[in-house]
Design a protein around this ligand. Structure first.
Ligand code: GDP
Length: 324
């Protein structure tokens, strides 16, 4: 009998890579799909060529009944809560929707689990955005949180609720505090993919300039494909716990951008324009994770460098734009 897994947010970047990983491991993979907004919500699953191997269930994180139904239908032994309103920039314009989907959504999944299947294992997608105004040079599981956006605040609620359900009800509930993780499947609103898509367009003569906001911001960027492996490993542990997942290296937006331009033989300074429209009401200046616990307990470490990641993304965008 294969194992059953349920992924919320299966149509997102991490959902797609995690679904692929679990299929490779022989799981039957069920996914909760909220069919609103996006024109072609399944494009990432299509790109990975796994669409017809999945069992998709219509439902929404804000609708407790649909989560209960998804748990009953899937009989999931592992539940990965990756669904969220995940773009920091938008969270200022839609703070209440962010609270509902990203915060209360996690509460709905935890409550549904407690009611329907309290022995299932649970993964909560927490985020380095919870560190926000950083309280330590390198952020670990014991660094105090100080979120700086409605998104970070909503995620912090989901994180602490996960800890509480573990401690209060004995759920096997783990939280992965993932630092920024990117891939060719990243949405265009995030800065890495905005850059690699623009660099590919400029290279192909379809665009002349790239407009960015605060390029002094620093992030600890890894490859999403590496990070979903850490999620799975957390749920294979005897005891649930919280883990920072990061590379341990931080880079400015400027230097990340330069890597992309240099890869195609262009000069960043010839095309980059700083545009105040892309600055945020509050900024997270620098993030740098300390993944020591994940390394020692999970045997996990990031294996893709930022250079490899950006080159992979630029190449994928060049291929897409050339119709190949
Ligand atoms: P985040 O860390 O989840 O907010 O990931 P993003 O990829 O959206 O942003 C990473 C950093 O890049 C933030 O500090 C942004 O302020 C900065 N940044 C600078 N220019 C841009 C831009 O044009 N778009 C985005 N998304 N971020 C930008």
């Amino acid at each position: 009998m294969s194992k059953q897994a349920l992924i919320t947010g299966i149509t997102g970047q991490d959902g797609a890579y995690l679904a692929q990983l679990l299929l490779q491991k022989g799981y039957e993979v069920h996914g909760l799909v909220a069919r609103r907004g996006s024109d072609h919500p399944l494009w990432r699953l299509d790109e990975l060529g796994i669409c017809d191997q999945l069992r998709l269930i219509d439902g929404d994180l804000t609708d407790l009944a649909s989560i209960v139904r998804a748990l009953q239908q899937s009989r999931a032994e592992e539940v990965y809560n990756l669904g969220a309103m995940s773009f920091v920039g938008t969270s200022w314009n839609q703070p209440l929707l962010t609270a509902q989907v990203t915060g209360v959504g996690a509460a709905n999944v935890l409550e549904a689990l407690r009611l329907v299947n309290p022995t299932a294992r649970f993964y909560q997608a927490s985020t380095s955005e919870m560190f926000g105004l950083i309280q330590a040079e390198r952020q670990s599981e014991s660094t105090p949180f100080y979120p700086r956006s409605p998104y970070g605040v909503a995620k912090l609620y989901g994180h602490w609720l996960t800890v509480n359900y573990r401690e209060s009800f004995g759920l096997h509930a783990s939280s992965g505090i993932l630092f920024n993780h990117e891939s060719p499947l990243r949405g265009l609103e995030f800065v890495t993919r905005k850059v690699t898509d623009a660099v590919a367009r400029i290279k192909l003569g379809k665009q002349r300039e790239l407009r960015l906001g605060n390029i002094d911001a620093k992030r600890d960027w890894g490859f999403a494909g590496d990070y979903v492996e850490a999620m799975w490993r957390m749920l294979q542990q005897d005891k649930p716990d919280d883990y920072v997942i990061a590379t341990g290296r931080t880079t400015t937006v400027r230097d990340m951008c330069r890597i992309a331009f240099e890869h195609v033989g262009l000069k960043m300074d010839d095309h980059l324009i700083i545009d105040p429209a892309f600055f945020r009401p509050a900024e997270v200046d620098v993030l740098l994770g300390d993944p020591a616990k994940a390394e020692s307990r999970l045997g996990w470490r990031a294996t893709t460098s930022l250079e490899q990641l950006i080159v992979m993304m630029v190449e994928a965008d060049l291929r897409r734009l050339s119709g190949g």
